[in-house]
Design a protein around this ligand. Structure first.
Ligand SMILES: NC(=O)c1ccc[n+]([C@@H]2O[C@H](COP(=O)([O-])OP(=O)(O)OC[C@H]3O[C@@H](n4cnc5c(N)ncnc54)[C@H](O)[C@@H]3O)[C@@H](O)[C@H]2O)c1
Length: 363
């Protein structure tokens, strides 16, 4: 990678506090930690282990992801800032205890400005390895005092966000008799389907993984499976829940959707700026992704409580996603903007109003 190329990425309109490169040739570790904001507290965000095509691509991703974490934590009412890390390389080939421990020493060197967690390509046992060298780790296994799999409360939060969207759209939180399309029945999508069926909704799903579909068919025979996301989008749906990869809401998808509500777990659902306006023009209520999918962050952040992790406390906090989502819709309606813009405004307001309190000196 040319140094110029990376510095171009960094200068392109980003407002990050700190970006750190870490290198340990013996273990193959090449990592970047990006701290977007510590206005509300230490930055928390997962470590993505991914075979990026270039260092510039990795840098671009970590800058975007860390910024998103600032907004997610702010809107979730947490005293946390936004950060994220990437380890560059193929996790299948590079994963080792030594690599994660080397990474842990670099995270430790940041002195608590950044707390890490799981993301794509990293798992709770990896966090246990990192924690052998570092005090600033969440998402550890339950056996090591951690919160374990964060998809449980992510799905619960999406479900709460969906209830708020139903109340706003139909005047009732009830989902019985509604048809919900879930694209991606992995860790989060799978738990979401369980909540929906318990509510009496009809559920249609799709996934590219035959194993994921087998699992859902086995556990929930009532679920109908369709062959692709394109087919799902063309179904008569009341709600569309993207729970796979980012960029699910393209111009074509918005055009084809019959659903009144979009509410799902996937990060960065809007394929490009302006899609939020197209959704609004078509009369589709979009529950902003980072607003409704913050349950996992709430779950791992609870590990930082001095008394240790409490699932009940974290779940209670994640239940608040209902009120937060409803406030986003209300602000959007009163200010005449799409919900995605209203969510940004609320998050930015909290970062500014609460963040400035640190300027009041305490002995
Ligand atoms: N796990 C969490 O706590 C959490 C928190 C916040 C946001 N998210 C986001 O939610 C989404 C799902 O996360 P997850 O943890 O369930 O991941 P996962 O990998 O367990 O599940 C994703 C599923 O989507 C399927 N998939 C991939 N491409 C697809 C496609 N084109 N069409 C249909 N299905 C496809 C995969 O086969 C997989 O079963 C991701 O975007 C993730 O970033 C997850």
């Amino acid at each position: 990678m040319a140094l110029q190329e990376s510095s171009d990425v960094f200068e392109a309109g980003h407002d990050h506090e700190q970006v750190v490169f870490a290198n340990d040739p013996a273990t193959g570790l090449r990592a970047i930690v990006a701290i977007h904001s510590t206005a509300l507290g230490p930055a928390l965000g997962g470590t993505r282990f991914f075979p990026y095509a270039s260092t510039a691509a990795a840098l671009s991703d970590v800058l975007d992801l860390s910024r998103g974490m600032s907004y997610k934590a702010a809107l979730a009412g947490l005293d946390l800032g936004g950060g994220k890390a990437v380890i560059i390389g193929d996790p299948q080939q590079l994963r080792s205890e030594a690599l994660f421990r080397a990474y842990g020493r670099f995270v430790q060197s940041l002195g608590g400005r950044y707390y890490t967690a799981c993301d794509v390509g990293t798992f709770s046992p990896d966090m246990d390895d990192i924690a052998r060298e570092c005090d600033y780790v969440t998402g550890r296994t339950v056996a090591h005092g951690g919160a374990g799999d964060s998809s449980v409360l992510t799905a619960y939060g999406v479900y709460q966000g969906l209830r708020a969207a139903a109340q706003f759209t139909w005047g009732t939180t009830a989902l019985a008799g509604r048809t919900v399309g879930v694209a991606g029945v992995g860790k989060v999508g799978h738990h979401l389907v369980t909540h929906l069926l318990e509510e009496g909704a009809s559920v249609v799903v799709t996934d590219v993984s035959p194993a994921a579909l087998d699992r859902i068919r086995e556990e929930h025979p009532a679920v109908r499976v369709v062959a692709s996301a394109a087919e799902l989008v063309a179904e008569p749906l009341d709600v569309y829940a993207p729970c796979a990869m980012g960029g699910a809401l393209t111009d074509d998808v918005v055009e084809a959707l019959s659903a009144s509500i979009v509410c799902g777990a996937a990060n960065n659902q809007l394929a490009h700026p302006g899609i939020e306006k197209s959704l609004e023009e078509r009369g589709i209520l979009y529950a902003p992704d980072y607003c409704v999918n913050s349950g996992g962050l709430i779950q791992v952040a609870d590990e930082l409580d001095p008394a240790g992790f409490s699932f009940e406390r974290a779940q209670q906090r994640a239940a608040g996603i209902y009120d937060t989502t409803y406030s986003v819709f209300e602000l959007a309606a009163s200010e005449g903007v799409p919900p995605a813009h209203a969510a940004d405004r609320l998050a930015e307001r909290r970062m500014r109003d609460v963040g400035r309190l640190r300027g009041i000196w305490l002995s």
